[in-house]
Design a protein around this ligand. Structure first.
Ligand SMILES: Cc1ncc(C[n+]2csc(CCOP(=O)(O)OP(=O)(O)O)c2C)c(N)n1
Ligand SMILES: [Mg+2]
Length: 598
């Protein structure tokens, strides 16, 4: 290679540095040692973090973005190393989170020869087909000189429009082939692109008209508001028009849940005031939210929403999501933040805007009545005592122990539903969870990414015993990189969310959903606290509700990696004002209230 040339690996690494990527999370293999070598040369500018399972790297990259807003990269080898990654790609894709996955592949000279770890039986070096459904796009440069174009285009695809993960699949030889004298500059290609497109101005006027004329308006927010950094503008509009704000699970934290206009989660396990206000609203302004089945009570009318007669204004950067599941009175393709600013501008010129805010007091008083009923219904649960710890009480104890700036990364399972229902998040990143793909391990591993993104904030993973055991390798990573994160293992000795379905929908025919000792039949799990200690991490066991809050406070204060093995009951499921249907086997009933029939 001529002396003044950079090779493929060097161009990728240099481009990442130019895009201010501080970390590459990944795992080695023969297929990517050349890329790691390029990272080695630049280790003063980009830190390489080595993990013990590729999925962990993907979840870390994902949560790093959710906390910092900065996309990062992963690196994985050819064959199995990269085939361990797609679950994290799919998770990021469905939750619209960008990261760049640099995957190794076999040398181009060996394409279609069935070389070691080549996926070749349908098409040569065919990792791209493996991940086609799980990322925005795959780039596979097959010559060094193709790398500069691929990296700048990959980055652009990842961050523009609706963000999402992108794969850069690089054959072994291409990492070391001459690529360019200079790396593309972000300021020439990507730094000056804005996707903050506004809505059709006529549409903005109509949206204002509809909201001013509404008697029972509700704003529903999804994660587009959080990751689109539109939370301040959301608050301004809600306060200006005195419209209550409900959220999908992904929109949790878009408004401080203690704000008087904060309604709560709309979902099968959402509180009465949120579901009942949303399903009886005359106008629903939906911002950056996609109406999935869990938000929408499986789209059965009268539980989460009743559209129509509710008139839906649906605003999203991705028109694919508009009118996917509900008819729209007004659909607007726009960046949510720009749209909110357009709305606020338009309101400046409306003389009657103040009147509508006054008229709203009746609606808000009605909602206050719903809230009172719900609060009275749930109040006893916060005081329940005993061993195992009652789950509602457990959330209450964890939530109250955490300072305002704490980041909780939840895993997937019944514990997530409890957290969504009873945590009181105050910031957009107070409670991070996966809602689209829902892979176990997201919270177990994601908390490490949170800590890299926010080293001075307490980072806590609340995760199921099933998921923790699946990804216990994170203990080693926390030690190796001195990451003072806390795992609260929600230990219910079961894949409890799924066992709950067997109990609720299948007449209690339980199989393959709990963990038992073969001789005694007693609930079994490894001693997670001892496992943590064996890894060099502080570990404690908590059996009593009254001890949980102190244990969490101590773990956070210790400022070192910490595991709390919390013995939590699973005989109760978090019931709310919505429902969930598993077509063919049935539909749950709301725990509170009924179906609204206009
Ligand atoms: C990788 C993966 N495998 C399987 C599932 C299906 N699943 C969803 S929740 C769940 C149970 C999780 O058990 P645990 O981690 O103990 O959490 P719990 O529900 O008990 O709180 C399973 C198996 C999944 N979401 N992801
Ligand atoms: Mg469990």
């Amino acid at each position: 290679m001529p002396k003044n040339m950079l090779d493929g690996g060097q161009v990728i690494v240099d481009y990442l540095i130019r895009e201010k990527v501080p970390y590459a999370f990944g795992l080695c293999g023969h297929g990517n040692i050349q890329f790691i070598d390029a990272l080695y040369e630049r280790k003063a500018d980009i830190k390489t973090i080595s993990v013990h399972h590729e999925t962990v790297a993907g979840f870390m990259a994902d949560v790093y973005y959710r906390v910092s807003g900065q996309p990062v990269a992963t690196f994985t080898s050819c064959g199995p190393g990269s085939v361990n990654l797609p679950i994290a790609l799919a998770n990021a894709y469905l939750d619209s989170v960008p990261f760049l996955a640099v995957t190794g592949n076999i040398p181009t000279s060996q394409f279609n020869r069935g070389a070691f770890q080549e996926l070749y039986r349908h098409y040569q070096a065919d990792f791209p087909s493996t991940v086609r459904t799980m990322c925005k796009k795959v780039f596979q440069p097959t010559r060094g000189e193709m790398v500069p174009l691929a990296i700048r285009q990959a980055w652009k695809t990842m961050v523009t429009g609706r963000p999402g993960p992108v794969v850069l699949d690089v054959p072994f030889d291409v990492f070391k082939e001459a690529a360019a004298e200079e790396t593309p500059k972000p300021e020439d290609w990507n730094a000056n692109i804005s996707c903050r497109c506004g809505a059709d101005p006529e549409g903005v006027k109509r949206a204002v008209d509809m909201l001013l004329a509404a008697e029972r308006p509700v704003i529903l927010v999804g994660q587009g508001v959080k990751y689109g950094t539109a939370t301040a503008d959301l608050l301004a509009l809600a306060e200006r028009l005195q419209i209550p704000v409900a959220w999908s699970a992904s929109g949790t934290g878009a408004i401080n849940s203690n704000h008087p206009l904060a309604l709560g989660l709309v979902a099968r396990n959402g509180p009465y005031q949120a579901n009942h206000a949303a399903r009886t609203a005359d106008v629903l302004l939906a911002l950056g939210v996609r109406f999935d089945d869990r938000t929408s009570s499986s789209w059965l009318p009268g539980y989460s929403f009743t559209i129509p007669p509710t008139k839906l204004i649906h605003v999203d950067i991705d028109p694919d999501e508009i009118a996917r599941n509900y008819p729209v009175a007004l659909g607007l393709m726009a960046d949510v933040r720009t749209f909110l600013r357009q709305m606020l501008d338009e309101l400046q010129s409306r003389k009657n805007a103040g009147d509508s805010a006054t008229a709203r007091q009746k609606w808000l008083a009605t909602i206050a009545g719903y809230r009172k009923q719900w609060d009275a219904y749930i109040a006893p649960g916060f005081l329940e005592d005993g061993t195992p710890i009652p789950p509602q009480r457990a959330v209450h104890e964890i939530d109250k122990a955490l300072p305002e700036d704490a980041i909780v990364v939840s895993d997937i399972g019944v514990h997530h539903n409890w957290l969504l229902q009873y945590c009181k998040p105050r910031r957009p990143d107070s409670l991070i969870g996966s809602m689209g793909f829902g892979p176990m391990g997201f919270g177990v591993a994601g908390v490490l990414g949170a800590k890299f993104a926010a080293p001075n904030r307490p980072c806590v993973s609340v995760c199921g015993d099933g998921a923790f055991f699946m990804h216990a390798s994170v203990l080693g990573t926390a030690v190796e990189y001195d990451l003072p994160v806390v795992w609260v293992v929600w230990n219910n000795y079961a894949y409890a969310s799924i066992r709950g379905l067997q109990r609720g929908y299948l007449g209690g025919r339980e199989l393959a959903t709990d963990f038992r000792h073969p001789q005694t039949g007693a609930p079994y799990n490894p001693d997670f606290a001892a496992m943590a200690r064996a890894a060099g991490i502080a570990g404690v066991r908590v059996d009593r509700a009254g001890d949980l809050s102190d244990a969490v406070k101590m773990a956070v204060a210790a400022n070192k990696p910490y595991l709390i093995d919390a013995n939590i009951g699973a005989d109760k499921n978090p019931g709310g004002a919505g429902v969930w249907e598993l077509p063919g086997i049935g539909q749950s009933q709301p725990a509170f209230g009924g179906r609204y029939q206009p």
